[in-house]
Design a protein around this ligand. Structure first.
Ligand SMILES: *Cc1c(COP(=O)(O)O)cnc(C)c1O
Length: 359
């Protein structure tokens, strides 16, 4: 008799950071969330939300949000695709641009140290890939990405390294891959670095993805989007409509619009986080930590006297969660999200009293 267990799809899932139940004691610096709430305008839309409208499906193209984003970036609404977090947008982009039918599967290129979901989606969709080693200082060498057979995906600023690549380097990679799609994942761009959006006027093979999860404090609402030329976006929409017409809820669409409309709050929140980042960087340097210059809302730190995993565990005991990645090139580092000033102070207070740093 046939056993279903021999026929199921078996995948290796992405491992997200720990997401415990909300706890006042917990200092959560492990998943790069925003330490401040979303705009009060988001709270207002949420509070006044007409529950009766939930009997209706949302608009399949999330028109209100798509239009708000198009106006925000000064592009046509046909150039914007919205989804359930940028993870969904990226997954659909992999499926659409890197796993085309009728072509022999060709390897997609991405760095050896980057968002670990890229390899997971590639495996899920049967897309071959090659990782290219970042330099010792985690910078990108554009030459590694020339003529990538299946396309390229890059996070800029990169995670978990926090390093931003200059726009000229991103342009070089896009220009050297006119026959394939280059995806630039700009999850952290609001905190530093140069956006690739201006390149869209020159290149039809570029897709830029963004998220509301980090700088817009809406990780729990799941809102993400992509901007690209209208033809690319149309292909992406077709993939989405082949699997689920209604991905974004009415609540996500309306609160997303409210966030986009409150530019002042957005700027203020980002500036607060950047100010704390600079202070935290200075204090961590003084304690002997080293890290790449961060263009993101986290620091990627190591210390010559402290074993990263041991420190990670010691912090956890004190209810301070950071992220540790046990891979060969990242095992000596901790990724520390920039929290509030108080959270940064609690972390520093722990480190000032952590014996190995002062031995
Ligand atoms: C957080 C993150 C995402 C995914 O964010 P969503 O919450 O799914 O929008 C994508 N790429 C990188 C590099 C990230 O760090």
């Amino acid at each position: 008799m046939e056993n279903w267990k021999t026929r199921v799809r078996r995948v290796t899932p992405y491992t997200p950071g720990m997401q415990p139940a909300p706890d006042a004691k917990l200092i959560k610096l492990n998943t790069n969330e925003c330490p401040y709430p979303p705009s009060p305008k988001v709270a207002e839309v949420f509070a006044r939300f007409e529950a009766g409208t939930l009997r209706l499906y949302p608009q399949p193209d999330a028109d209100a949000l798509t239009e708000a984003l198009a106006a925000y970036h000064g592009v046509a609404k046909e150039q914007v695709f919205t989804g359930v977090g940028s993870d969904e947008v990226l997954a659909l982009a992999f499926l659409t641009f890197f796993a085309g039918e009728g072509h022999e599967a060709r390897p997609v290129f991405f760095p050896d140290v980057t968002y670990s979901f890229y390899a997971v989606w590639a495996d899920l969709f049967g897309i071959p890939y090659e990782t290219k080693a970042l330099r010792e200082d985690f910078s990108l060498d554009a030459a590694d990405y020339a003529d990538a057979p299946g396309g390229v995906v890059l996070a800029n600023p990169n995670a978990p390294t926090s390093l931003a690549a200059p726009l000229s380097l991103i342009e070089e990679i896009v220009a050297k891959n006119r026959g394939t799609v280059v995806i630039v994942d700009e999850a952290y761009i609001d905190f530093g670095g140069e956006t690739a959006l201006p390149l869209l006027a020159k290149y039809d093979n570029l897709l830029v993805t963004r998220t509301f999860s980090k700088s817009r404090a809406m990780a729990g609402m799941r809102v993400g989007y992509a901007v690209g030329n209208a033809e690319l976006i149309a292909c992406l929409k077709n993939t989405k409509f082949a699997y689920n017409s209604y991905t974004m809820s009415r609540v996500a669409i309306e609160t997303g619009v409210a966030s986009i409309r409150d530019e002042a709050y957005f700027r203020e929140t980002v500036e607060k986080i950047k100010a704390t980042r600079e202070r935290l960087a200075k204090e961590l340097s003084a304690l002997g930590f080293t890290f790449p210059p961060s263009a993101a809302n986290f620091l990627f730190v190591r210390h010559p006297q402290a074993d990263a995993k041991t420190l990670y565990e010691a912090l956890m005991k004190e209810h301070i969660y950071v992220r540790y990645f046990a891979a060969p090139r990242t095992k000596d580092y901790l990724r520390v999200t920039v929290g509030t000033e108080e959270e940064a102070e609690a972390l520093l207070a722990f480190l000032r009293a952590y014996p190995p740093l002062h031995g």
